[in-house]
Design a protein around this ligand. Structure first.
Ligand code: NAD
Ligand code: UDX
Length: 464
């Protein structure tokens, strides 16, 4: 069996970076080179102070410090790394298309195709190409086609090895995954390649947790996993609205159903809506694929998960406006949290962006505090929507590095991310410095609403 000694990963993002750092940490005998076109990103991964790496994840800077320079390297020399490696991971972004056929639904595979063409151009010996990015089912066929028709006559094996890590817990998830999934061709050569990758993971993952399937099952399982997870969030969020009307409490309902072992307790936290780079993109992609096969009912079924999530975000924003006597124009609303979940600096598709956008349409002034998200990112996210000019966003939104300052003189506070530190604040001090009545909209059910009500806050909690 072929033993892998050199790995290259194209794409040094939220997946490529942490995944390869852990492979390098756990496999000191394998040289792992992570490459990216983005020079600033590679420079940040190489920053002598590992606290400055571009992805914030608890425990990640320690892993990078351990392996970097030993057998983990970050570089912009893509061709060189491809040439050297026996196994090449493709971990580039696959965002929702913003143009042409499938606009707003299908995954944009142009970066994947560029990688495949580059590998084909450069490779002078046989390679195993691993799809790490999340891809539509049957993409491996296209990748193989490009490699075989534009290559230098060398042999390729394509594997699908989707990544299941969640941001904020990436290192934990990579160290002890529930499972690793590897799909490959059922031919003897395909199985040999698949076993080579199994051997890499077997350095630290128990073998019974390494699942192997055919290529198409592996590709489709990733979209399916995200669809199921997101579906649970939309399901509990749908019930949160009914709870608010009936006097039921969504956390009590979640606990009551979650203790049923068939349902399980996880992913039942009602919220202002799910965000992140994956759930929406992957479900839209699933819906698009189902439609393209003419499966209308299947497509409509999954699309409802997105419709519900959009509803939850706008419902939260509308409730703020309604509660503040139907006008937020010129009022200061403090946002605690901008990231799409705690323990990450990632803001992609964060509910905060959409809630802010809705309130800005009402001419609210927004004061943002997030422990890990810089001001430039907040403006990037808002400007990217294109709802109003960048100047207008600058005029209405202010970023703070001190939460107490962000909340000072605010008419209302909205909690958008479940950062632990929010629970530890001196809420009496915050209350004393706010406009009265002091409203608090907890989009994550994290603060003690009874204690805050005692202080004098008017508290609204999702699902209560
Ligand atoms: P990302 O945007 O953080 O990183 C992708 C990187 O690829 C970027 O730095 C970009 O510059 C680089 N890149 C693009 N084209 C390139 C090329 N031709 N050559 C070299 N570099 C190139 O994206 P991400 O969050 O790491 O996601 C990557 C993939 O993993 C996506 O398909 C995503 O769906 C999937 N995924 C993401 C997560 C997550 O939590 N973020 C989890 C599981 C799977
Ligand atoms: C997700 C999948 O969990 C992961 O397996 C996959 O590899 C990538 O997509 P991620 O998006 O990083 O991971 O975070 P996740 O923990 O799944 O949270 C996604 C969103 O759902 C967040 O906005 C989170 O706040 C929200 N959420 C999650 C809820 O609102 N309620 C919950 O009960 C769980």
């Amino acid at each position: 069996n072929k033993k892998i000694t050199k790995i290259c990963c194209i794409g040094a993002g939220y997946v490529g970076g942490p995944t390869m750092a852990v492979i390098a940490q756990k496999c000191p005998h394998i040289k792992v080179t992570v490459v990216d076109l983005n020079e600033a990103r590679i420079a940040a991964w190489n920053d002598p102070n590992t606290e400055n790496i571009p992805v914030y994840e608890p425990g990640l800077s320690e892993v990078v410090a351990e392996a970097r320079g030993r057998n983990l390297f970050f570089s912009t020399e893509v061709d060189k790394a491809i040439d050297e490696a026996e196994m090449i991971f493709i971990s580039v972004n696959t965002p929702t298309k913003t143009y042409g056929t499938g606009k707003g639904m299908a995954a944009d595979l142009k970066y994947i195709e560029l990688c495949a063409r580059q590998i084909a151009r450069v490779a002078k010996d046989d390679k195993i190409v691993v799809e790490k990015s999340t891809l539509p089912v049957r993409t491996a066929e296209a990748v193989k086609n490009i490699l075989q028709n534009t290559g230098n006559g060398v042999n390729y094996q394509i594997l699908s090895n989707p990544e299941f890590l969640a941001e904020g817990t990436a290192v934990e998830d990579l160290h002890a995954p529930d499972r690793v999934l590897i799909g490959g061709d059922t031919t003897p050569e395909g199985q040999e390649a698949l076993n080579a990758l199994v051997e890499v993971y077997a350095n630290w993952v128990p073998r019974e947790r390494i699942l192997t399937t055919n290529l198409w099952s592996s590709e489709l399982s990733k979209l399916t996993a995200n669809a199921f997870l997101a579906q649970r969030v939309s399901s509990i969020n749908a019930l949160s609205e009914l709870c608010e009307r009936t006097g039921a409490d969504v956390t009590e309902v979640a606990r009551s159903i979650g203790t049923d072992s068939r349902i399980g307790p996880k992913f039942l936290k009602a919220s202002v809506g799910f965000g992140g780079s994956c759930f929406q993109k992957d479900i839209l992609n699933l819906v698009y694929i189902a439609r393209s096969y003419g499966l209308k009912e299947v497509a409509d079924y999954w699309e409802q998960v997105i419709i519900m999530n959009d509803h939850q975000k706008s419902r939260f924003a509308n409730n703020i406006v309604k509660t503040l006597y139907n006008t937020v124009s010129g009022k200061k609303i403090a946002f605690l949290g901008w990231a799409f979940k705690k323990d990450t600096n990632d803001t992609r598709e964060s509910a905060a962006i959409y809630v802010a956008d809705a309130l800005l349409n009402e001419e609210a002034g927004i004061a943002v505090y997030d422990p890990k998200v810089p001001e430039s990112q907040v403006f990037f996210d808002l400007d990217y929507l294109g709802t109003r000019s960048a100047d207008k966003n600058k005029q209405l939104v202010t970023n703070y590095t001190d939460p107490y300052e962000a909340c000072k003189d605010a008419h209302a506070i909205a909690i958008l991310t479940e950062w632990d530190e929010f629970k530890t604040y001196d809420w009496q001090r915050i209350f004393d410095n706010m406009k009265k009545p002091a409203f608090l909209f907890d989009g994550r059910s994290i603060v003690d609403s009874a204690a805050l009500t005692d202080i004098g806050f008017k508290v609204y909690t999702i699902g209560k």
